[in-house]
Design a protein around this ligand. Structure first.
Ligand code: NDP
Length: 249
C-alpha cells in the first residue's frame, strides 16, 4: 500500500457511488482514515464490504440540521472532498422552483455547510488542511437543458475561491476539480443519447467516445488526490478542468 495519506483523516461526501465512492476507496488505499458520507445506507453497506476500514455516515446533506447532528463529533478532519451533487434536465423555460432549490441545496449549500463544520475544527486545532470541491466543466460552459446545474456549479466555483481567500490564512487550501462527462450514474442520465453525446465528445480535443471515452473516474480521482496532497501545497483557489481540453476551445 502507498501510505502517502497515512495518519490523515478524510471526509468524502456522495461516497456511495461514482466519483465519491472511487475517491473514498483510493484515499483508504493510500492510508487515510476515510469517513464516507452519503444518503443511501445500501451503498454504504456495500462500500464497507469492499473496504472495512471506512467509517460510514448516512445523511441527506440537503437537511441542514441532520447534517449538523451527523457530523458533530466525527473527530478531526484533515482532508475534505465535497463531491455530493444531483442534477435534473430541464429546458430553461421549464425550470421549476423545487428543482432549483433541490439542486442548490445539495450542490452549493451543503458544500458550504460541510466545509464550515470541517473548517471550524481545523481552525480550532490550528492544523491546516485541504479541501476539494467537485465542480464541473458545466460551471464555465453553458449546456442546453442544464440551466440550474450549470448555475449551481458556477456558484460552487466562486464558493471555492471565496473559501480559499478566507481560509488560506489558516493554512487551509481549497480548490475544485471541474471534470467533463464521466459515465457514472449521473453521467448516464445526461449523456446516454448517442447523438447528444457525440456532439459533446467532438468538442473534446483529447478524444471522443470512439477513441478515449470522456474522462474516466480514475482521471478525476487522481486529480482530487493531487489537490488534497502536499504535492499541491502552493495551489489554492483554482478550478482545475479535467476535461481533455474542452474548456480551452
Ligand atoms: P453519482 O450520481 O454517480 O453519485 C453521486 C453520489 O452523491 C451518490 O452516492 C448520491 O447518493 C450522493 N448524493 C447525492 N445527493 C446527496 C445528498 N443530498 N446527500 C447525501 N449524498 C448525496 O454522481 P457522479 O459520481 O457522477 O458525480 C460526482 C460529482 O462529480 C458531482 O459533484 C457531479 O456534479 C460531478 N460531476 C460529474 C460529472 C459526470 O459526468 N458524471 C461531470 C462533471 C462533474 P444517492 O445515489 O443515494 O442519491
Amino acid at each position: 500500500m502507498d501510505n502517502s495519506f497515512a495518519g490523515r483523516r478524510a471526509l468524502v461526501t456522495g461516497a456511495g457511488k461514482g466519483i465519491g465512492r472511487a475517491t473514498s476507496l483510493a484515499l483508504a488505499y493510500h492510508g487515510a482514515k476515510v469517513l464516507a458520507v452519503t444518503r443511501s445506507q445500501a451503498d454504504l453497506n456495500n462500500l464497507l464490504q469492499e473496504c472495512s476500514s471506512i467509517t460510514p455516515l448516512c445523511v441527506d446533506l440537503a437537511d441542514w440540521e441532520a447534517t449538523e447532528a451527523t457530523l458533530q463529533g466525527v473527530g478531526p478532519i484533515d482532508l475534505l472532498v465535497n463531491n455530493a451533487a444531483c442534477t435534473s434536465l430541464q429546458p430553461f423555460l421549464e425550470v421549476t422552483p423545487d428543482q432549483f432549490d433541490k439542486l442548490f441545496n445539495v450542490n452549493v449549500k451543503a458544500a458550504l455547510h460541510v466545509s464550515q463544520i470541517v473548517a471550524r475544527g481545523m481552525i480550532a486545532r490550528n492544523s491546516g488542511g485541504s479541501m476539494v470541491n467537485v465542480s464541473s466543466q458545466a460551471s464555465q460552459c453553458a449546456l442546453r437543458d442544464h440551466t440550474v446545474y450549470c448555475a449551481s456549479k458556477a456558484a460552487l466555483d466562486m464558493l471555492t475561491k471565496t473559501m480559499a481567500v478566507e481560509l488560506g490564512p489558516h493554512k487551509i487550501r481549497v480548490n475544485s476539480v471541474n471534470p467533463t462527462v464521466v459515465m457514472t450514474e449521473m453521467g448516464r442520465l445526461a449523456w446516454s443519447d448517442p447523438e447528444k453525446a457525440q456532439t459533446m465528445m467532438s468538442r473534446i480535443p483529447l478524444g471522443n467516445f470512439a477513441a478515449r471515452a470522456c474522462a474516466e473516474v480514475e482521471d478525476v480521482v487522481n486529480t482530487i488526490l493531487f489537490l488534497l496532497s502536499d504535492k499541491s501545497k502552493m495551489i489554492n483557489g483554482v478550478t482545475l478542468p479535467v476535461d481533455g481540453g474542452f474548456l480551452a476551445c
